[in-house]
Design a protein around this ligand. Sequence first.
Ligand SMILES: NC(=O)c1ccc[n+]([C@@H]2O[C@H](COP(=O)([O-])OP(=O)(O)OC[C@H]3O[C@@H](n4cnc5c(N)ncnc54)[C@H](OP(=O)(O)O)[C@@H]3O)[C@@H](O)[C@H]2O)c1
Length: 347
Amino acid sequence: MATEERRKVSIVGGSGYVGGELLRLLLFHPHVEVKQVTSASQAGRYVHTVHPNLRGVTTLQFTHPDVLSETDILFLALPHGQAARSIERYAALARYLIDCSADFRLRDPAAYVRWYEMEHPAKDWLARFVYGLPERYRAALNGAHYASGVGCNATAAILGLAPLADAGLLREAVVDIKVGSSEAGAQPSASSHHPERSGVIRPFKPTGHRHQAEVIQALGNGFPLHFSVTSVDVVRGVLATCHCLLHRAVSEKEVWQLYRAAYQHEPFIRLVRSNIGIHRFPEPKLLAGSNFCDIGFEVDPDTGRVVVLAALDNLMKGAAGSAVQSMNVMLGWEETAGLTFPGLHPI
Ligand SMILES: NC(=O)c1ccc[n+]([C@@H]2O[C@H](COP(=O)([O-])OP(=O)(O)OC[C@H]3O[C@@H](n4cnc5c(N)ncnc54)[C@H](OP(=O)(O)O)[C@@H]3O)[C@@H](O)[C@H]2O)c1
């Protein structure tokens, strides 16, 4: 039997945290070969000088983004605004583009003015991109050539709320997000300086977080959504605690049935709800490096509130993992290819 030719893939923004995770995943992916990994600041250096976990795994060196060449699939892992500004150039270099930034997540150009305070520089391209969350947009991703990334906080909220929203049960949702420091990327800043960041439980965006727009786009605006984000003292991880007020009372059994029906065939969603042991609910720590989103819930018998908990690794299911999963769907490969790492315990 002839061996399948691997598709060539390159990463722009390869020295960042998302770029590093993309590289880790793609180096072990059965259907691709990594061709170029760009970084202006690290050009010429071995990738393991920035991503030490890859020492001995690859001899790739960073190339300057200016000398990026043609490839089959191109991943963009750039700071906000950069992909949109150069989208024509990137699209000329690759048939398949997967952009991990927020630049192509929202369909409505006016949403960029409201949430990102900018006129989108490539409005015509917005409709060409599919939101890169296979659990929600699998059919549209199948065969697509352009996928956006996902917001990590948005992903936890969307996957946590979707079954209740889709069933028309959600009257109002208050989503309280706790997120680790790697969400802010590899560039140091005053707020990421160790004495300032260490030990924090820092309210980051009590209201007005940009990811709210993605949740509304994915689930519709049939219910008021309240969204707050707090930075906590972990490197990786998102925990969304979703306080759900419903149109009518539901039993735990009914919630189980709803979530099981929605997610039983999803390879990367696990329902976590146990009466015994210490891991009774989703916990981001256990998901570090894995592409799982764990979802659990509890019904408050006194008030009828349903508390849905969704946990993930922001760099994986919240970024690089969903991007690779989207690539698998776009190219018709098995959806789990390159993504089977189960995580570590203890960690
Ligand atoms: N971190 C997360 O948890 C997370 C989750 C979901 C989505 N995202 C999104 O993913 C994107 C990357 O995030 P990150 O955390 O990996 O950021 P990061 O660590 O700051 O990395 C950004 C990368 O982009 C490169 N870069 C900067 N300007 C560039 C330009 N004009 N052209 C080409 N390359 C450029 C940087 O390297 P050089 O300057 O050396 O070229 C670096 O490799 C962001 O848009 C972010 O919103 C991040």
